[in-house]
Design a protein around this ligand. Structure first.
Ligand SMILES: *[C@@H]1O[C@H](CO)[C@@H](O)[C@H](O)[C@H]1NC(C)=O
Length: 297
């Protein structure tokens, strides 16, 4: 016969298990959440689904995409970029809707010679229109370890972050005629490919194939997100879905200013030569007072 104590303990344990199931962030398993799309064996899921690696050699790169489509989300991925001489390689990590007139939220990591900084390239497309690039150098070596790259996408804003530090905010400015992605669900995609016609120093530095295969690694995918299924989006209803209305608090705004001042290398909003017929409307508001960088080099 079970003693009363052990049944109480049993009940407590099963309660704890249930609670942990309810509150545990959905740390992903790559088998469960992603499909390898291309690369003929160059993309691999390892360690029971905890790790994914992409590789690139002269014959091909590789790529994967999420099984789910999301309409809004707070999405983290830890990535360790191609080490050493990665010049010419591009590791793209982005969300994109399907079909024509697509929406897209981009991180792209442009490799470099050993010891030279990676460039993080970001962009936002709405109905196929991009031209909203911002680029940064990082304040750490992104090849030495995994770092967390996040997209917070809610109806009011998109915030790109690195290890929790916001690097870019794209606000919903529909009120002044700027399109905002909010109607098309997106899948998460990543790929590693050869971009040596433009990636490193504008294409001057080519991929050194003697260094191949090049490898990027992924782990700890985490999504708090509204999942799209048969024409509707279902959002988590718990209190943990505060990301759906999250904005940058004053510490976040301060960090964003720090990144823009110290680590930004290109901002389309500061590139007046590029838009002779007038700057995009979103450049005239919001962050315009923060555009203190010089793109004239
Ligand atoms: C590579 O290094 C050079 C020199 O430090 C730098 O100007 C450039 O932005 C870096 N990144 C790329 C992708 O060219």
């Amino acid at each position: 016969m079970t003693s009363p104590t052990s049944s109480v303990i049993g009940r407590i344990i099963s309660m704890l298990v249930m609670i942990s199931l309810l509150v545990a962030p959905s740390t992903g398993n790559f088998y469960q959440d992603f499909d390898i799309m291309w690369g003929d064996g160059r993309a691999k899921i390892l360690n029971n689904g905890e790790l994914l690696t992409l590789s690139l050699d002269k014959a091909s790169g590789s790529g994967f995409q999420s099984k789910n489509q999301y309409l809004f989300g707070n999405i983290d991925m830890q990535i360790k970029l191609v080490p050493r001489n990665s010049a010419g390689t591009v590791t793209a990590y982005y969300m994109r809707s399907e079909g024509m007139a697509w929406d897209e939220i981009d991180f792209e990591f442009l490799g470099n010679l050993s010891g030279e900084p990676y460039t993080i390239h970001t962009n936002v497309f709405t109905e196929e229109k991009g031209d909203r690039e911002q680029q940064f150098h990082l304040w750490f070596d992104p090849t030495a370890d995994f770092h967390t790259y996040s997209v917070l996408w809610n109806p009011q804003r998109i915030i790109f972050s690195v290890d929790g530090t916001p690097i870019r905010e794209f606000k919903n400015l529909e009120s002044i005629g700027v399109q905002f992605p909010k109607a098309q669900p997106m899948r998460i995609h990543s790929s590693l490919w050869n971009g040596d016609d433009w990636a490193t120093r504008g294409g001057l530095v080519k991929t050194d194939w003697a260094q191949a295969p090049f490898t990027a690694s992924y782990r700890n995918f985490r999504a708090e997100a509204c999942v799209w299924s048969s024409g509707a989006s279902s959002c988590p209803t718990s209190s943990s879905s505060s990301w759906l209305s999250q904005e940058l608090d004053s510490a976040g705004q301060e960090s964003l200013r720090w990144v823009r001042k110290n680590h930004m290398i290109y901002d389309y909003c500061a590139d007046t030569k590029r838009f002779p017929r007038g700057m995009p409307p979103e450049c005239k508001v919001a962050t315009s007072s923060m555009n203190c960088i010089d793109n004239s080099q």
